[in-house]
Write a protein that binds this ligand. Structure first.
Ligand SMILES: NC(=O)c1ccc[n+]([C@@H]2O[C@H](COP(=O)([O-])OP(=O)(O)OC[C@H]3O[C@@H](n4cnc5c(N)ncnc54)[C@H](OP(=O)(O)O)[C@@H]3O)[C@@H](O)[C@H]2O)c1
Length: 327
């Protein structure tokens, strides 16, 4: 069959993305074909488009169909796949999602509960599974935890604030403008620091009686990482989970010594690689999303052929909620 897909034939800025008509064979044994209804736009897509990020987003062979996740309905089932039916609502974390149809490994599908809309799943499946391992497994937050989150009004920042405060942690967030501070305050953050006008390390120490935060969630990278080492408590954990302002680069390991700081640079794929862990993680996420216990605003919606505009919007630093493509 023919599918419409946003592809790149070379790395570069948003303009290298184009809408192509492609032949979609299959689904192969073990796969299902998903008719995508809502495609999440994530920073991982930008890293893949730019092609110089290293790590899990290192370059693939051209042309590359963009995207790392979507939700939709099963439209065809490959040989050897059991327990799935045509018309079933599913989500997936996987490649080639910027398209109207995508073949997906059946083992990597998540069944979507009725109470979770396509829009919410499109915006929050990848970010929510990330928040799950960041808050519940890599570092377990709860009552008595003080967590500092950078870019608190961004897509990841919102769900970390909502879920972290639901778990009982005291959430401190950094943002770059007074408008974003309002957004963060409405999504679980007790204290919000505008890091464009204030030194966030000095303020975090002041807010924690000079001790520092127990855990720091840093999705900003270059601009925020080293200063974060100044406001983590002794034996605390700095989690460098993203690089929206650029890669952190080399730093002196001795910076960790005097406070026994733990630093980690995780990726979601390691935390959902095991199917049992993935099932538990998605259950935890869908429970909070279905229970209405957390707010999950969705930002701008773009059509598939507006992927260029969608990337420009995410990179412009003005998005204050996840943005999605609707094929
Ligand atoms: N490791 C993982 O498992 C994993 C999984 C999901 C996402 N991530 C990472 O998490 C990060 C956030 O993802 P997201 O999609 O939810 O994005 P986002 O937070 O909605 O957007 C990035 C935010 O970073 C801040 N920022 C600071 N300097 C920036 C700059 N120079 N350019 C752009 N933004 C800048 C901005 O907030 P302010 O204006 O308030 O500074 C911006 O809103 C990304 O790096 C992504 O790769 C990692």
């Amino acid at each position: 069959m023919k599918a419409r897909a946003i592809r790149i034939h070379k790395h570069g800025g948003p303009d290298v993305m184009q809408l192509d008509e492609v032949d979609l064979a299959g689904p192969e044994p073990g796969q299902v074909r998903v008719k995508n209804t809502c495609i999440g736009v994530n920073y991982a897509d930008i890293y893949e488009r730019e092609g110089d990020h290293g790590g899990p987003h290192s370059a693939k062979e051209m042309p590359i169909t963009m995207g790392h996740m979507a939700v939709g309905v099963i439209d065809a089932i490959g040989e050897g796949v059991s327990g799935r039916r045509n018309g079933e609502r599913v989500g997936y974390i996987g490649p080639d999602s910027y398209a109207d149809y995508t073949n997906v490994q059946a083992a990597r599908l998540f069944s979507l509960p009725d109470a979770v809309s396509d829009l919410v799943a499109g915006g929050y499946l990848l970010r929510g599974l990330t928040a799950e391992y960041l808050l519940r497994r890599l570092y377990k937050v709860g009552p008595g935890t003080t967590a500092l989150v950078h870019a608190a009004a961004g897509g990841m920042g919102l769900i970390l604030g909502e879920w972290g405060s639901l778990l009982g942690a005291r959430m401190i967030g950094t943002v770059s403008s007074p408008e974003k501070a309002e957004v963060a305050r409405a999504h679980g953050y007790e204290t919000v620091i505008n890091y464009s006008s204030e030194d966030f390390a000095v303020r975090t120490l002041a807010e924690t009686n000079g001790t520092g935060a127990d855990v720091i969630y840093d999705g900003v990278g270059k601009m925020a990482f080293l200063k974060s080492l100044d406001c983590i408590r002794p034996r605390g954990m700095v989690i460098s989970y993203g690089t929206a302002s650029g890669n952190v680069g080399e730093f002196d390991l001795q910076r960790l010594h005097s406070k026994s700081i733990i630093v980690t640079r995780p990726t979601l794929r390691s935390w959902i690689a095991d199917p049992e862990e993935a099932a538990l993680a998605s259950k935890a996420l869908f429970d909070v999303l279905s229970g209405g216990e957390i707010q999950t605003p969705i930002g701008k919606q773009f059509s598939l052929d507006q992927a260029v505009e969608a990337h420009r919007h995410l990179e412009s630093r003005s998005a204050t909620a996840p943005i999605v493509l609707i094929p």
